[in-house]
Design a protein. Structure first.
Length: 73
């Protein structure tokens, strides 16, 4: 059957990464130079939920989408 990560888990992971970036590195997923690698994209849930999360600022979306999001299946 099809195996995928439930949306609730994806959202938890994304928000956890944002929290760790904030607290440990003084950074954010929206920052320039913060790349996101999705090595097992499948349905693309991680990338889609990240873009829908509001964690990427509107002014950063084009840069993030074209230069700093990487996905492969």
């Amino acid at each position: 059957g099809i195996v995928y990560t439930p949306v609730e888990i994806v959202d938890f992971i994304i928000r956890s990464v944002e929290h760790l970036l904030n607290t440990e590195f003084g950074a954010s997923l929206t920052d320039e130079g913060v790349h996101v690698l999705e090595p097992f994209a499948g349905t693309g849930t991680f990338i889609v939920r990240l873009l829908e999360s509001g964690l990427i600022q509107p002014e950063d979306l084009l840069r993030k989408y074209t230069q700093e999001l990487h996905a492969n299946e």
